[in-house]
Design a protein. Sequence first.
Length: 269
Amino acid sequence: MTAGGNSDISRVRAHIDIRALKNNVATIRRIVGKSKISAVVKADAYGHGLENICHAIDDVVDGFSVARVCEGVALRRLGTSLPIWVLSGCMSVDELGEIERYELSPVACDLHQIDLLRDSSVSEKVIIKVDTGLGRFGISTTEATELLRHPRWLKEATVILSHLSDADNLASKKTKAQIAEFNSITNKSPIQKSLAASAGLLAWPNSHFDWVRPGIALYGVSPFLGKTGADFGLDPVMTLKSAVVSIRTLAKGRSIGYGGEWICPERMP
Ligand SMILES: *Cc1c(COP(=O)(O)O)cnc(C)c1O
């Protein structure tokens, strides 16, 4: 049987709930207390639409984070005056021009990037990334300790940042070790610190520091297996709606789909 003619099957719609988004920012704010929020809006705000999301929360967050320079440029052009962190940093001299022009805050992920940015007009906005165990980006603990010991061009506004590798695994010992390592590098320095993304801010209070960087939680999704956003007071921001295109009748024992993962326990429907 095919669904009736009153449904328009070409209309698949993603509904974006701005009230839910604002609720999630407020919930995150309650959880992190005095820590500032850099809202992660990379990948078109996780598919929710950069423009709408930016306009909706520009006055309730403290900054934004994106992955790439081109995303930062697009975001600045929307009119925000908040700090925009570019998480993968500056990849070329061409990008440096854009970073300066649009007053972006590049995350310096290695000593080469630090050198490139040190002499630029955005040197005050540079964020230093240190690798405390994810093994993806960032200078080593030794390099970071050395840099902070001789803070030549580091300003009070400078942020030092790291990223947790196992924060979504509540049983893992790694997160505690990463927090301890981050503390040992930074605790004598007055510069600002940022470690937690969604899982860190929801489950590891010691990871909050000066700035948290929520992505997935902002959109109402839990980063933990077996827990939902609702378990943390988060509301889903996106709802996908479509039309039923086909209703089938299948006998007991027939399977459905690739690999036959679902078996009809009776004649259905
Ligand atoms: C993507 C990203 C985030 C946000 O992560 P969520 O798990 O979605 O909260 C934070 N920090 C960095 C460095 C990221 O790359």
